[in-house]
Ligand binder design. Sequence first.
Ligand code: GLU
Length: 423
Amino acid sequence: MPNLSYVNPSQNSPWGTYLSQVDRVVPYLGGLARWAETLRRPKRCLIVDIPIELDDGSVAHYEGYRVQHNLSRGPGKGGIRFHPDVTLEEVMALAAWMTVKTAAVNLPFGGAKGGIRIDPKQLSRKELERLTRRYTSEIGLIIGPDKDIPAPDVNTNAEIMAWMMDTYSMNVGSTATGVVTGKPIPLGGSLGRVKATGRGVFVVGREAARRQNLSLEGARVAVQGFGNVGSSAAELFAGNGAKIVAVQDHTGTVHNPNGLDIAGLMSELHHKGGIGEFAGGEKIGVEEFWDVPSDLLIPAALEGQLGLERAKRVKTQIVLEGANGPTTSDADLMLAERGILVVPDVIANAGGVTVSYFEWVQDFSSFFWTEDEINVRLDRIMVEAFRRIWETADQHRIPLRTAAFVVGCTRVLQAREERGLYP
Ligand code: GLU
């Protein structure tokens, strides 16, 4: 039964998945359950038309979104995704997961997300710039350093953040570095931001492994998605003694039970834009990736990749969610039944938004930290957040995802209650 008139989610769609995660947390919210409906409704959804002139002189229109799911604890925070499959419903779910994520890590932000329904690979660099600038101008109504702060997500990067920062700044008449994070370093970006999400995945994975008595030395790691998140995480796992036994990206899948050479994979990625042709392993089929035995499995691509059928088959001890929403709700139950530990996205991939927070703070104070300071503070915040979630899971005997929702949603709804209903 759809909860809102403007979307029609299915059980395993991103918003459907999010709604069932909310259902699972409600019994643990005590008196705050009175406010639970807040979690099921985005505060604000903006849909914009983005007309741009293409290089051949024609005009094309694209659909863009910015959803502010919840602002109870602070300004909206969350990335911008450029992908042909982006929909309002997907952006709503991604924004909602940002609400839970920022609260679970205790960052003073709400949750938001944006996107444009486009395949950016079809555009020239100049067209991409025009698209980004027009989109930024359109969502300029609701973003700002103290209102809502975008950042990179799938297919967006520091260069796109620079265009966003410039466009917003031109429109308000002053340079507003704090309006986006993930910027280039000379424009107020933070050291360590590019690899922060992958670093956070590693830190949380290390903590989870320790509690499972799994040594990283020789541990087998399989990574789906070898973009910014998957590749940075894989590098850190390999650097700490683990073996990367399988990697999959949009160009193919490679497998080597003795461990793929990480430096070779990185160079393949940089030179060819994908690892599908990497010679240091055996090429296997897309589905076969899910059968590769591993100790840690890191889905770091898009939502919904680990559905029920794959959840019945995977041979791993820990699923470490680098992507947002990679595990469907029924798959979650199956993995729990099979005794596989799922470390949920809202904590596992929170390293990116944590360093985004550091960037925003540095921009406001115009005082910049060293990369070492960033990494040490990131480690500390992630370890503490994970500890709290682990203890909550232990206390109530619930999966880590529900525990992360208990920690996050309690903070959100406490703020909601203390602020009171207006008017
Ligand atoms: N897109 C990232 C995420 O999903 C980072 C968001 C941010 O830095 O605001 O967490």
